[in-house]
Design a protein around this ligand. Sequence first.
Ligand code: HEC
Ligand code: HEC
Ligand code: HEC
Ligand code: HEC
Length: 125
Amino acid sequence: MTKTTILALAGAISGLLMAAPAVSAADAMPKVKPHHEKVLTDCGTCHTKENAIGGNAFVVPKDETCIACHGDYKALAKKTEGLDEPNPHASHHYGAGVSCTACHKEHEKSVVLCNDCHEFKYTIK
Ligand code: HEC
Ligand code: HEC
Ligand code: HEC
Ligand code: HEC
């Protein structure tokens, strides 16, 4: 091994050591979706003391939290009535009887519940 290889290796190893904690810290802390980054800077807007279960506030927030800013199903259905696919906010199965977070996830990829059974094409966020 030459002196330069040893130096390069040492550099690579310390680089790894420095990079590792930064990556795991970012992984451990759930982030909000890009569309919420500017408006939801306080985790407590969704994770309130009131919806905490057994002292843990990090439970799925109630629909009222989302509705306070986005309007109710009626208002949302109006926004999505022009789609080529059936209105996800006014389905004949659920109407308003399904939770926002059944489809819209905050810290993971959102899912379209309907597509458990159908193959609708939406661009859900
Ligand atoms: C403090 C107000 C606030 C709360 C609470 C909130 N949002 Fe939002 N949300 C916004 C704003 C502002 C935007 C960006 C502007 C827009 O698209 O309406 C946004 C964007 C979105 C978008 C993307 C819309 C688009 O067309 O790009 C979705 C989906 C969404 N929010 C769902 C939710 C859900 C589900 C919840 C509850 C878990 C929630 N929001 C809670 C304010 C809020
Ligand atoms: C059954 C799944 C489902 C549920 C439940 C649901 N959504 Fe959506 N939502 C969608 C889909 C799919 C879209 C995107 C449609 C498209 O543009 O392709 C959407 C779009 C949106 C948008 C963007 C609307 C726009 O301006 O175009 C917002 C905001 C939103 N949803 C909020 C909510 C909130 C708040 C709730 C609860 C009250 C909720 N959604 C419940 C599936 C759902
Ligand atoms: C717009 C509302 C909203 C905001 C703001 C929000 N969360 Fe969440 N959080 C959720 C929802 C919804 C879930 C349920 C799982 C999911 O959708 O990813 C959740 C679940 C969690 C969980 C349970 C574990 C998991 O990932 O499922 C933790 C921990 C958490 N959030 C931490 C945070 C932290 C930390 C912040 C601030 C950086 C934050 N949340 C901001 C809506 C929110
Ligand atoms: C558990 C499976 C399942 C899920 C989830 C589901 N559907 Fe369906 N859907 C069906 C079945 C089965 C039919 C045919 C029988 C019927 O009309 O009820 C159907 C029929 C339909 C029809 C045609 C109804 C008509 O008037 O003929 C539409 C539109 C529809 N679904 C929309 C949706 C939407 C939007 C969602 C999500 C919000 C959804 N479905 C979620 C099983 C499902």
